[in-house]
Design a protein around this ligand. Structure first.
Ligand SMILES: [Zn+2]
Ligand SMILES: [Zn+2]
Length: 170
């Protein structure tokens, strides 16, 4: 059985032998599903990571940029929307990682995936909009108001309109 190796596991053996040396790496691949409140990075989406790695006395510093596509639903009109997020990071990998602060340093490699997932979760929009000016859907008939008015009376009726209605009836 072939074990799939994560594209985000990076060898650092050379770095640990030469402290102070910096190496740039580019890794790319699907991350597995990543969900925030209103958006998702799908299992088939390629996430791009450019990372600079440098060995220091405490461990290995990784800094760079993550770039990922996302998919979601407009919070007003529920239309499917696709977007793209870029996020910068700078994190420390060390032998004895501090919970919630640093990441574990393996013997000869580090796994960037937990870092990538956390950085993306913070950067993904929670409640995306298809457009800032999205009109949403009519709460009465469900029509997409971006395609024009549906003809329903306004939801919260203004008493002034009720007065007008009375005029028409008489
Ligand atoms: Zn919308
Ligand atoms: Zn309507």
């Amino acid at each position: 059985m072939k074990v799939e190796r994560s594209p985000f596991v990076v060898s650092i053996a050379d770095l640990l032998r030469t402290p102070g040396h910096r190496r740039e790496v580019e890794v790319q691949g699907p991350l597995g599903e990543l969900k925030s409140a209103g958006t998702v990075v799908g299992t088939a989406d390629d996430v791009d990571v450019r990372v600079g790695l440098e060995a220091i006395s405490e461990g290995v510093v990784a800094d760079g940029q993550i770039s990922a596509p996302w998919h979601g639903e407009c919070r007003r009109c529920l239309k499917e929307i696709n977007g793209h997020v870029d996020v910068d990071f700078r994190e420390l990998f060390e032998k004895q990682p501090k919970e919630g602060e640093t990441y574990p340093l393996g013997h000869e490699e580090i796994d960037l995936e937990p870092l990538i997932r956390e950085a993306l979760l913070l950067a993904l929009p929670l409640a995306p909009l298809c457009e800032a000016s999205c009109q949403g859907i009519c709460p009465t008939c469900g029509a997409d108001l971006n395609e024009g008015p549906c003809g329903c009376p306004p939801a919260g009726r203004d008493p002034r309109w009720a007065a007008l209605d009375d005029l028409h009836l008489s």
